[in-house]
Design a binder for this molecule. Structure first.
Ligand code: SF4
Length: 362
């Protein structure tokens, strides 16, 4: 299949691994931002074929993982109301809140529905004028245009029974927060290719320059990731700190301008709490006041919800690239995908879930 098979070609992959071996002369720590990349790295054993000088650490780019527990609890509270049809992508339904998950709300009689697009939720609102339809809008810059489009569409149609519960996060402020931490270990980034498809890479240029880190927008197939690592290693060895695009088939420097314009129309930048990490300034999106009627937090007053994470969990440290899942004492014991204790085990894109699935127990 075009754009797939050639990026899974074992011969090509071996050649790139050889090029990395020939290039590297000393230890480097490289972070892949995106959970999809983490999953691909562990699934394909990429970290195991690299020279010992290269250490890959796993970043915070898993939207399900970094959605705060308080927001999950708010979703559960809203979904439990009899007047509400609560809609979401399937991966959020099994994420445990403090006491239950959205599947449990459904089994107790709540009207919780899986949708494949936020526009499907708008359609449900159109067809059910006497019910309140809420869409759970989480994710990075990748999903923001679709979620903005749904609000735009609902506003155009004058629908008053549609709203979104928003927990959007932005990648560049998180990258910067990690780099400015006193214990930072990251020396180069594989940036998330799909985020860059929307946003381009202009935002990364000042970060690369300020912190002297190569940043390479990278795809998700094994050859993409190996190429991305090679580009980062070459820059590090040569003392260059630039943004260099690996994901040529999808990413342009300026990104997708119409999508960016739509995001700006509906959302504004806000401080956002990341599960496992804490609040990062200007790292999220919220619905603009102009569209407050489409903001579920505004429409349904659920108040402040306080939650406590499991004390044993070190997912915040893992998401900062400071430790690996197997260093957590609960990994594979008290904590597993069927009984997740923390952020990085709740989603299949989380580092702990990937290590568990692919049996990286040692
Ligand atoms: S294994 Fe579970 S408890 Fe340990 S860091 Fe990962 S998510 Fe947290």
């Amino acid at each position: 299949m075009k754009y797939l098979d050639e990026f899974r070609d074992p011969k090509l992959a071996k050649k790139i691994v050889a090029a990395i071996r020939n290039t590297v002369t000393r230890p480097w720590v490289i972070m892949e931002i995106c959970g999809g990349q983490t999953h691909s790295i562990i699934k394909n054993g990429i970290d195991q074929v690299l020279p010992k000088e290269i250490e890959l650490v796993h970043g915070p780019g898993c939207p399900v993982c970094v959605t705060p527990l308080e927001i999950i609890d708010k979703a559960i509270e809203i979904a439990s109301r009899p007047e509400v049809i609560f809609t979401s992508f399937g991966d959020m339904l099994r994420v445990p809140g403090s006491r239950k998950d959205l599947f449990m709300v459904k089994s107790e009689g709540g009207d919780v529905r899986t949708v494949y697009s936020p526009l499907e939720a708008v359609k449900i609102a159109r067809e059910n004028p006497d019910r309140e339809v809420v869409f759970f809008a989480v994710g990075f810059e990748t999903t923001a245009p679709g979620n903005a489009l749904a609000i735009h569409q609902a506003a155009q149609e004058g629908l008053t029974n549609f709203s979104e519960l928003v927990s959007h996060v932005l990648v560049p402020p998180a990258m910067e927060a990690l780099l400015s931490a006193p214990d930072n270990r990251v020396q180069g980034y594989l940036a998330a290719g799909h985020v860059c498809t929307v946003m381009g890479w202009e935002e990364y240029e000042p970060i690369a320059k300020k912190y002297k880190v190569p940043i390479v927008p990278t795809g998700f197939e094994p050859v993409d990731i190996l190429e991305g690592i090679l580009l980062v290693v070459k820059q590090l060895e040569e003392g260059r700190y630039e943004v260099e695009n690996q994901y040529l088939r999808s990413v342009k420097r300026e990104g997708n301008r119409p999508a960016q314009k739509l995001i700006k129309e509906i959302f504004e930048v806000t401080n956002r709490k990341w599960r496992g990490i804490g609040e990062i300034p200007s790292s999220g999106l919220k619905i603009r006041d102009k569209y407050a009627d489409y903001d579920a937090e505004h429409k349904f007053d659920v108040g402040d919800i306080q939650t406590n994470e499991a004390e044993i969990c070190i997912s915040g440290i893992i998401l900062q690239g400071l430790k690996k899942p197997k260093e957590c004492p609960a990994f594979g014991k008290e904590c597993s995908p069927s009984h997740p204790l923390g952020a990085t085990m709740v989603s299949s894109e989380g580092a702990c879930a990937a290590y568990f699935k692919y049996q990286r127990l040692q």
